[in-house]
Design a protein around this ligand. Structure first.
Ligand code: BV8
Length: 230
């Protein structure tokens, strides 16, 4: 029974119309990461940061999961062993594509967080710097997103899943952001076979034992088919 551990990034949602970060017209080419994805940026201008995430939340609500998301949902329901999905993505397309057992290590657009009392609740479509927290009533709410310089969520669960994995697969990630980009090296150090499924070789491509390149909606369903047939 093989336990498959999958790390996904923005590339798996690209064909659903959600922007990636570092491609030619990626989000970080349009917005200054320091202004909209750091706690310092949020402290300086919470309204700008809420506008950035409100726009991405709207895109996400209007997007639909693609064949790669649904293929991973199928893998989880049909593969005899465990399939754990760790995603860097903050959209909910994995869930809407039928996947469960998902670790959102960078948080989720559909969740809101109070910076004052740590209360979490389902995010409204539009958040604002003035809106009071439903629990402590303080106007100090933020997107439930892990920004640069902040601790990613559920790191213990991630390292536990890594230590039990029989295969590590990275899908649609450029391998630029740590600690996620380092997981492939942790897998190699434990002798776990590694596979990259990406549009093109990522910045960590040399660390993978195997790779398949192409759009996720083509190469992910094909790979899932091969796994379920093996
Ligand atoms: C941490 C939420 C300590 C926001 C994100 C100085 C100070 C503090 C920290 C640091 C520092 N210097 C470095 C760091 C570490 C820093 C970091 O790595 N910085 C980088 C820029 C060097 N990391 C952190 O700060 C992290 N925290 O280190 O805490 C710690 C350390 C260890 C253990 C515990 C604690 C927090 C990082 C999280 C930041 N938040 N997201 C938001 O989403 O709005 S990161 C952001 O980048 C997104 O989450 C995104 O998912 C993620 C990674 O990007 P990718 O998903 O890979 O997307 P990208 O566009 O880069 O690539 C897309 C890929 O898809 C490409 O390869 C492309 O070819 C491919 N593709 C495109 N189309 C398709 C496709 N593939 C298939 N099919 C297609 N159709």
């Amino acid at each position: 029974m093989t336990h498959i551990l999958i790390l996904t990034g923005a590339g798996i949602s690209a064909e659903s119309g959600l922007g990636t970060f570092r491609d030619v017209d990626g989000l970080w080419t349009k917005y200054d990461l320091d202004e909209v994805a750091t706690p310092e940026g949020f402290a300086r201008n919470p309204t700008l940061v809420h506008e950035f995430y409100n726009a991405r939340r709207a895109n996400c609500f209007d997007a639909t999961p693609n064949a790669a998301h649904t293929a991973l949902g199928r893998l989880q329901s049909e593969h005899a062993g465990r399939v754990t999905i760790i995603t860097q993505n903050v959209d909910d397309l994995h869930e809407r594509g039928g996947a469960t057992d998902i670790i959102h290590m960078h948080g989720e657009l559909r969740s809101a967080l109070c910076a004052n009392c740590d209360h979490r609740w389902p995010a409204p479509r539009e958040m604002s710097a003035e809106a009071p927290c439903p629990s402590c009533a303080e106007p100090n709410t933020r997107p439930d997103i892990v920004w640069f310089g902040e601790m990613p969520y559920r790191m213990e669960d991630i390292y536990a899943a890594l230590s039990e994995a029989d295969l590590f697969v990275a899908i649609g990630t450029s391998g630029n952001v740590y600690p996620a980009a380092g997981f492939v090296m942790e897998a190699r150090a434990m002798g776990i076979p590694t596979l990259e499924l990406n549009l093109e070789p990522s910045d960590t491509a040399s660390a993978f034992n195997e790779a398949r390149f192409g759009p996720a909606t083509q190469i992910v369903p094909g790979w899932v088919e091969d796994v379920l047939k093996s």
